[in-house]
Design a protein around this ligand. Sequence first.
Ligand code: ZN
Ligand code: ZN
Length: 299
Amino acid sequence: MSQPIALTPDSCAKSVSNPLTSRRLQWKEISWIPFVFITGVHVAALAGFFTFSWPALLVCLVLHWVSGGLGITLTYHRLLTHKSFTVPKPVEYVLAVLATLACQGGPLSWVAAHRVHHAKSDLPGDPHSPREGFLWSHMLWCVTHNPLLESFDEFAKHAPELAKDRFYVGLEKLHILPTVLLGIGLYLWGGWSFVVWGIFVRIVLVYHCTWLVNSAAHVWGYQTYESRDDSRNLWWVALLTYGEGWHNNHHAFQHSARHGLAWWEFDTTYLTIRVMELLGLAKAVKIPSQDLLTKKTAA
Ligand SMILES: [Zn+2]
Ligand SMILES: [Zn+2]
């Protein structure tokens, strides 16, 4: 196995990552359960070519927003990982269940991996830096053993507050159950067409949208703020991920509920949080001050 490239914080701040740099994988590195699951979901999604219907596409798009937008972006990322706002506990639990529908793991493992990404961003130890290859950062890291992200003790080290919460510990173990129940419900409602589009096609689309934040948004786009890594603002990833593509802004101001900081940086998840705030559901919504924005503006 090739070693990760040695990086210093200074080299991260100045150099552009090379998407062609590849990390070579060996079979023994593959983590077989996620490998078989992710491959299987992609193969099953091919059935979408034979089961298309407009209602099924609508189900797919709505569930894409529910699992990828409300679930992964708003809940796993901005709420649970970065605490950029608060909601009443029962609402938080419901939102976390919606996030499991993206089949990206339970809350503890997702939050732990993402906190390690921010702590070591584009440095050795980052779980998914494109400096180890574009495909590595996009999807190969998900199907490879990482001893630092595979045990409850490691999750508890990086997400201690979630590890103390019995609901989240239970959801971590049973995170696939809501998807199974949703699949049964979709079958009873609309038959196999709804299952294929509402589960398999939708999960594949959400996968690649989320993964583009880790890959493309660390390679292409512009940097507005000093973040000491390769993170970039990339408009088309922001559109696909409900605002997550304003990734340089996010790395510079990790606790901000708002990722699109310029007027043209459209951020639908922040708009959703604002609506929740107006309804009294979201509180303590964090936004960087103008002073801080000015101080961290890249030269
Ligand atoms: Zn990042
Ligand atoms: Zn983050």
